[in-house]
Design a protein around this ligand. Structure first.
Ligand code: MV4
Length: 662
């Protein structure tokens, strides 16, 4: 077996590959761009090499540099993951030419699937079912028109050079044909430099069902069941599952055997996927073949109990397939949801930002999280905005769906927009539960996928108040002296009948709350109603009883911004301050930098006696000065920055000894 491989990828798939390689005792060399110096895949690898600036074209796509690094580091093979160089024939060839094993198929197999018409011709010869239509070389308009008549309507024009849904056009009748053809050819010419078209009968309610195939270097091939990936948005898969619901054993076998014939027809080696359109009547048709390990391979791993990366490494080393077809058994049902940094409310615009708070469901035999990021990491514009793949398994599909709903509720992210709630709604939707899977799922059920909040506004505000007050309490300095006034910066609590005002901004609306505290219970006045609140905060977990309704939420309060997580939903609000600025900083009572900025002045020295409210540091950010004041009386014990220093938000500026230790 290899003793060292290079992973020419980043993110979750790089981590995924390293995990299996390490389990097999194989050393891993990572490569990283400027944006990824502190990335998880770099930390996991045994060694890592810088390859260039953040843009992929200058880093993860630099075949030449990657091969150089493989040679320099003594890696015997390169795993390309998916995307980037994984289906690049030149790269596969360059590996071969440099005596490095490309962990994937021979370049000839990648090339064979490059053209749709050539691929269809190969599949036809191999006896793989094709959608009725035309995939010939002759592109004269008269012939195409005649083929369209033969095919029948509606039909689909597909660019021979296209892929992933690009360059397709539905034609309803002959009257539309000429214009549609001209437009499709023009588009294809512009997009792919090749105007050639195929004609196919258009299936209106198809499912996307794909077969996982594996071939070894001796020409043996098997299939490892199928995946249903019908739930897609703009040709991006959203949910994937194995096995495909409702597929008969006969169809599964016929589809699997067709897929293996497809792979063997191009002398395939390694992991591949043959995609089919599956029609309501149980018929299926070859769509395309992906010559790589796919994003959604974990659902196959969950139902077969096999590690496909391990298989890839074994096959690349020259070993035979680990199992025969008869030995491949599946058990239960697995579902994968792709968690993206994107905003479903803004037409799924990719989101960027910092994963300020990240809490993931516990992993078990039922729940798997494949990710390349940790809390504090940035999702940048440079790469795919996928944050993680969440995969669940259970004995039945119904149980797996429930598992997924729960696991999504336990996946909490603050700091940027994600599609978690959208996924939760999709999985929880009755049509999904009933496995009404077609490629039109999201469009058809759009009304179910943007549900109203599960929490009414008043209750959310009361929970928010509870979270904020409890967190403030826990952030207070613990004092050994119960009579000390230092710890009690919120004087109203000593004077328990004084109502504390709290204004929470939700979107553009401001909500003014009044809160009374007595004996660790609160009364919260919101818009004419009063709520009795009992709240206990444990780290990020708030257990509350509101007027006898016991409920719990997780939350993250960052500066003035609070995010609460409740049953897959999030509630966001901001603590509103009328006069945000100089004075407010003092009531913050913190000696941490309230924002990124620079230190303008330090108005104390180590050993100085200071009194609560005294200005100690002046910071500047966004051309505004902010005074940072002592939260309590004490003695300055340490100063961490000097004038002119840049400091990050949250950094401690000065330590004060308030003498409570004695
Ligand atoms: C089709 C089709 C219906 N009829 N072909 C889209 C991606 C490309 N690889 C093939 N695609 C389709 N081909 C015929 N003859 C519908 C689609 C299609 C689709 C297929 C799989 C998953 C999602 C899809 C979304 C829209 C259209």
């Amino acid at each position: 077996m290899f003793n060292k491989i290079l992973i020419a990828n980043r993110g979750e798939i790089a981590c995924r590959i390293i995990q299996t390689a390490h389990r097999m005792g194989i050393r891993c060399v990572a490569v990283y761009s400027e944006a990824d110096a502190n990335a998880r895949h770099v930390a996991m690898a045994d060694e890592a090499f810088y390859i260039g600036p953040a843009p992929s074209s200058e880093s993860y796509l630099r075949a030449d540099k990657i091969i150089e690094i493989a040679k320099e580091s003594g890696a015997q093979a390169i795993h390309p993951g998916y995307g980037f160089l994984s289906e690049n024939t030149d790269f596969a060839e360059a590996c071969e030419a440099n005596g490095i094993v490309f962990i994937g198929p021979p370049s000839s197999a990648i090339a064979a699937m490059g053209s749709k018409s050539a691929a269809k011709a190969i599949m036809e010869d191999a006896g793989v079912p094709l959608v009725p239509g035309y995939h010939g070389k002759d592109q004269s308009p008269d012939l195409l028109r005649a083929e369209a008549e033969k095919c029948g309507f509606p039909l689909l024009l597909k660019a021979v050079a296209g892929g992933g849904g690009k360059g397709m056009r539905v034609v309803e009748n002959m009257a539309e044909f000429d214009d549609a053809l001209a437009a499709a050819q023009r588009e294809a010419k512009n997009a792919f430099g090749n105007p050639d078209m195929l004609i196919e009968r258009y299936l209106t309610q198809p499912r996307h069902v794909e077969i996982q195939v594996f071939c070894d270097q001796s020409g043996n091939g098997i299939y490892l069941a199928e995946r249903d990936c019908s739930v897609q948005r703009r040709h991006q898969k959203v949910l994937e599952e194995a096995p495909a619901p409702g597929l008969s054993e006969d169809t599964r076998k016929a589809m699997g055997e067709a897929a293996v014939r497809a792979a063997q027809a191009i002398n395939y080696v390694g992991a591949g996927t043959v995609e089919f359109l599956y029609d309501v009547d149980g018929s299926f048709f070859f769509m395309e073949m992906n010559t790589r390990l796919q994003v959604e391979h974990p659902v196959t791993e969950m139902v077969t109990g096999q590690d496909l990366v391990e298989w890839q490494l074994k096959v690349a080393w020259g070993e035979p397939l680990p199992l025969t077809q008869d030995q491949v058994k599946t058990r239960g049902h697995a579902i994968e949801a792709r968690i993206y940094a994107e905003d479903p409310d803004q037409d799924f615009l990719p989101a960027t930002g910092t994963l300020r708070y990240l809490s993931t469901p516990d992993e078990s035999a039922h729940v798997r999280v494949d990710t390349g990021v940790t809390e504090g990491d940035e999702i940048s514009i440079h790469y795919d905005p996928m944050i993680a793949k969440l995969i669940v398994w259970d004995e039945t599909r119904e149980q797996a769906v429930n598992r997924m709903v729960q696991a999504l509720e336990h996946y909490r992210i603050a700091g940027l927009k994600t599609n978690i709630r959208f996924l939760h709604a999709a999985v929880d939707a009755q049509p999904f539960r009933e496995a009404e899977l077609t490629t039109n799922f999201i469009a058809t059920h759009n009304n179910l996928l943007f549900p109203k909040s599960r929490l009414d506004l008043d209750k959310a505000l009361v929970l928010a108040a509870g979270f904020i007050l409890e967190q403030r309490k826990s952030a207070e300095p613990v004092t050994g002296d119960p009579w000390s006034p230092f710890g009690r910066k919120n004087s109203w609590r000593m004077n328990s009948e004084y109502a504390q005002p709290l204004t929470l901004q939700v979107g553009d609306d401001k909500h003014e709350l009044k809160i009374l505290e007595r004996d660790d219970r609160y009364q919260v006045f919101v818009g004419g109603s009063v709520y009795h609140l009992n709240a206990k905060l444990n780290d990020d977990f708030l257990q509350a009883v509101i007027n006898g309704h016991r409920l719990s939420v997780h939350g993250n309060l960052h500066n003035e911004e609070l995010v609460l997580f409740y049953e897959g939903d999030t509630f966001k609000c901001t603590v509103y301050r009328e006069t945000y600025g100089f004075e407010e900083m003092a009531s913050e009572g913190s000696l941490a930098a309230p924002m990124n900025g620079s230190v303008v002045a330090i108005q104390a020295k180590v050993g100085d006696k200071v009194t609560a409210g005294q200005t100690l540091v002046i910071m500047e950010a966004m051309k505004m000065e902010h005074a940072i004041k002592a939260p309590a009386d004490g003695v300055v014990s340490e100063i961490f920055y000097a004038e002119g220093d840049q400091v990050a938000e949250g950094a401690e500026l000065i330590a004060i000894d308030t003498g409570e230790a004695e």
